[in-house]
Design a protein around this ligand. Structure first.
Ligand code: IMP
Ligand code: MG
Length: 169
């Protein structure tokens, strides 16, 4: 497997994003909502670098099954969410690909009446977005390749890799 983004590069970039987030939110409490399962590593590393008061929630929206690149039915698991009303919510995902998952979740979370809503992604695939969505925070822009590691999976494998690698390369 070819390493696309090393563990050191990820850690450095996550620290930069955390510093920006802390600056942007000042002392306001943030509710981080991680999209399961891919955002777990990003979430764990990011929240440990945030000095603002933080709540953590999780939401499930699986649009991919195994190798499929066609989005399927989106399933949401709202029972893992704390009350988001009046909260400053930062929705966190591993990768912005077509944008369908995050757009869907953004609409869902908006209906829960947060005080504000922003989106952070670790990766953004170039030339893939079909649903317009500008992430407020983005770690890395990557070419249109299938990547695994640091939360991202292929058939639920490779999520534990500390780096992001290209599987088909
Ligand atoms: P979107 O709805 O097309 O933006 O897809 C977002 C979801 O697809 C992400 O949360 C990932 O779970 C998955 N995904 C998209 N591209 C990749 C990839 O290259 N590797 C692993 N998962 C991916
Ligand atoms: Mg995912």
């Amino acid at each position: 497997m070819k390493v696309l983004i090393s563990s050191e590069e990820i850690q450095q970039r996550v620290a930069e994003l955390a510093a920006r987030i802390v600056g942007d939110y000042a002392e306001e409490p943030i509710t981080i909502v991680g999209v399961l399962t891919g955002s777990l590593m990003f979430l764990a590393d990011l929240v440990r670098r945030l000095e603002s008061p933080v709540r953590i929630g999780l939401i499930q929206a699986s649009s991919y099954r195994g190798t499929a690149t066609e989005p399927g039915q989106l399933e949401i698991g709202p029972e893992l969410l704390p009350d988001l009303r009046g909260r400053h919510v930062l929705l966190l995902d591993d990768i912005l690909d077509t944008g369908q998952t995050l757009s869907y979740l953004v609409e869902h979370v908006k209906r829960l009446e947060p005080a504000s809503l922003k989106v952070a992604v670790l990766l953004r695939k170039m030339g893939r977005q079909i649903t317009p969505l500008q992430p407020d925070y983005c770690g890395f822009e990557i070419p249109d390749r299938f990547v695994v590691g640091y939360g991202l999976d292929f058939n639920d494998q490779y999520r534990n890799l500390p780096f992001v690698g290209v599987l088909d390369g």
